[in-house]
Every structure is written in C-alpha cells, then in structure tokens.
Write a protein that binds this ligand. Sequence first.
Ligand SMILES: C[S@@+](CC[C@H](N)C(=O)[O-])C[C@H]1O[C@@H](n2cnc3c(N)ncnc32)[C@H](O)[C@@H]1O
Length: 310
Amino acid sequence: MAINTSSNEIWRSWQNYSGFEDRSFRFTEDMRPLFYKWLGITPHSYVLDAGCGTGVFARYLAVDMADGHVDGFDINKGFIEYGKQKLQDLDLDEKVSLRVDDGFNLSTTDNTYDAVTNYTYIGVLSDPIAGLKELIRVCKPGGVVSCVIATNSIPPIVWQGDYPFEGAAELQRLYNEESYIFSKYARKNTDFNQSQEWHALRYPKMFEICGLKHIEIHPFAYTFNYNDEKLPIAYRQDLLKKEIEADIAWISARYEDKKDIYLEHEFHEEKLNRLIELLNIKLDYVTNNFEKDNSFEWIGGFNFIVTGIK
Ligand SMILES: C[S@@+](CC[C@H](N)C(=O)[O-])C[C@H]1O[C@@H](n2cnc3c(N)ncnc32)[C@H](O)[C@@H]1O
C-alpha cells in the first residue's frame, strides 16, 4: 500500500525551533540511567534518534556515552543546521552526528543500530506505521525500538503561581477554564496531518502489529519550577517570559479558530480579553520583578515510553 507522506511538506518548511530547545529541561541527569535502561542503551551503543529536530534528545543521551554514538536525523534542513552548530558549541560533535533524512525512506542500511528511539516524532507522521517500520528495519535484531510520547489526552499541569499582582487569582481561574474547554472540546489532532487512527494510546498495539516483541510501557514525567535556585535566573526568567508570550499568541489563535466551541461553553470574548490582559500584566510583572519573585509558578507533564524488541 502507498505510504501517506503528506506530513513531510509541513515539516520540511517549518521555521521555528525554539520550542524544541526550550524542552531541554524535561531531560534531567537523574533520569538518564532510567532512559538507558528502558531504551536498551549502554555507553557503548550505536543509537538512532529519529525526527531529532535540533537534537535535544540526542545530546541528552550522548552525554554519558563512552565509545558509543548517537545519530539523529530530521527532514528539516534548518533544524539540522542549527543542531550541528549547537553540537560544536557544546563540544559534543564527537558523540553525536545529525543529518537530513526522510523517515519514510531512510538512507541507512538494514540492521545498523543497537537501539532506535525518538522523542515525539512518530506522532507527527501522517503514516506512523510506515515510519515505525523504517525504524525497525534499521535496528539490529535484539535491539530496542522505542517511542517517547507526550500524550495530549493528559494536559500539562500549569500552576500560575502565587503572584502578588492584582488579578492573579482571577488569572489562574480564567486560565484553567480556557484550558479545560480547549483540551476537552476544542483540541483536534488534525492540524499537522497527523494520523487520527493511531493516537498515542494505541502505540503498544502498533508496536505489536509491526512485529516487535516484549512490548512495555514506562512512565516518564517532568516538572519545571521557575524558582529553582540551581538554575541561572536569566534562563528561568527568559523561559517564563517565552511561555507567557506563547500562551498569549496560542490562546488568541485557538479562540479565533474554535470560537463557536468556546461560546457554547460560555467562554465569551470579554473573558478572553480579560485573560489576555492578565497574562500581559503577569508578563510585565515577571519582566520587572523576577529577581525577587518567590511565587513558585511551576509546570509539569506526563510522558510515557513504549518499548519493544526487534
Ligand atoms: C514534534 S517535533 C520533535 C523534535 C525533537 N524530537 C524534539 O523533541 O525536540 C517532530 C520532528 O519530526 C520531524 N519529522 C517529521 N516528519 C519527518 C520525516 N518524514 N522524516 C524525518 N523527520 C521528520 C520534524 O521535522 C520535527 O523535527
């Protein structure tokens, strides 16, 4: 049967990668030994990170490599170019190689890698089964093929924090109301030509029909505390400002797109405008007061990892 490659066009021309780089806090030192264990990796393994974007996950896995190596591929030339520069800056270019390749038709020969993984890649493909079969093809027999998945059916935790500005409690309330309507009623997985049939929770079954054995599901959660003193203040402030700006843009866009659904659930334009106004007040507060702030805003999310053996 012909492969549906319609998602390729979208990803080849995608410009913005700052969101990928900002996810690096999801991967902590503490978790690396568990990732190694679950993904079937040792410091000597030859590993593939599929749909690597700018290489955040490949870099994370490579840090503890001895004579092992991580290859990453992505269909987007801009992501790979940025990622290669980043590897040089971090002195990781001996341990990681990035290349442009199409996951539906990889340039690698059969049975090359000890382990093949990806972070939120299979889910963006218009034909996830074809994409997974390609990953299995390039994995050695006995190697682990895995997908790390950020599920949309469990929304991220967002605690806006105990901010001292007026309207902070109202912000938390309106924010929760909007996210609830969006995630429960308005969100559709259609924006990126993704497969409707193979949603994330069905991946263990998808692994089975693609011929993988000993399929397991592992939990992986992350949190980020904007008051974490171990991290540089400028990094935390920048991340939070970007989050707020992204929220303002994203909430406005999705309201415009799904207005009828929001109205059906009594989320009117006045509520939207007030929410945006409060997010702007928060942005202003964070811009000017972050150094002495102890509002303890934090975010968290649940991911899971499906693994199978070839
Ligand atoms: C949600 S992003 C995840 C990026 C990266 N793994 C990360 O977590 O930062 C999905 C990635 O898959 C890539 N992609 C989509 N279709 C692809 C294909 N057919 N071949 C290779 N990469 C592809 C996109 O360009 C994008 O970088």
